[in-house]
Design a protein around this ligand. Sequence first.
Ligand SMILES: [Zn+2]
Length: 215
Amino acid sequence: MVEPPERVTRGSVAGSRVRCVWRYRTTVARHTAPPRPFRRDTPPSPPPDRRVASPGRLGPVSDDYIRLVPTDPDWQPRPAAAAAAVAYVAGLFAGPGDTVEQVRQVFYDRVTLIDAGVHTERIACPRCAGDIGMDWLGDLVRENGMSFDRLDVAVPCCGATVELNTLHYEDPIGFARFEVSAMNAVRAGYELDTTELARVAELLGHPVAQILARY
Ligand SMILES: [Zn+2]
């Protein structure tokens, strides 16, 4: 049995994400084309549950996610393995003084862009090393949505056909049909180290990549 992906509605709690993206885009693009936020017209990939601002928390709220995905975009774990990985990741943030708001799994029906939010900044072509603008990816997502039947695309720099998951993203993003995510985790060493990632991979039964996202 497979848990359906969460749907995130635009304009409610996702509003804080739009503001964050705007801030980045206007900083970069102010003197060129009008700013075109990456996801202004397209809901982001459904990261795990969104939070309404915590009581007493002031100002714009951003959320951080550690997103762990299989390295093979099509691969999905068995439900029991997924549950074991979730329990393990939750345990990593259970030490004295550690916190995590939520650790959860999401199964996606189709290969889905696992983005890094405002951390998604620069993309380079694996063939010609040319710069691929974020607007290009943004347009692709607007046309196609966050889920893909095929990952091969013609890149704008040299026209080569390459797989989306082989582009060089300055800060890693992923394409996957499954993720385990940890929301607003706090501990001395924030992200999972190589030993911990290997343990997640062992529990799931497949190598994993780590994406550090902020919305
Ligand atoms: Zn190229």
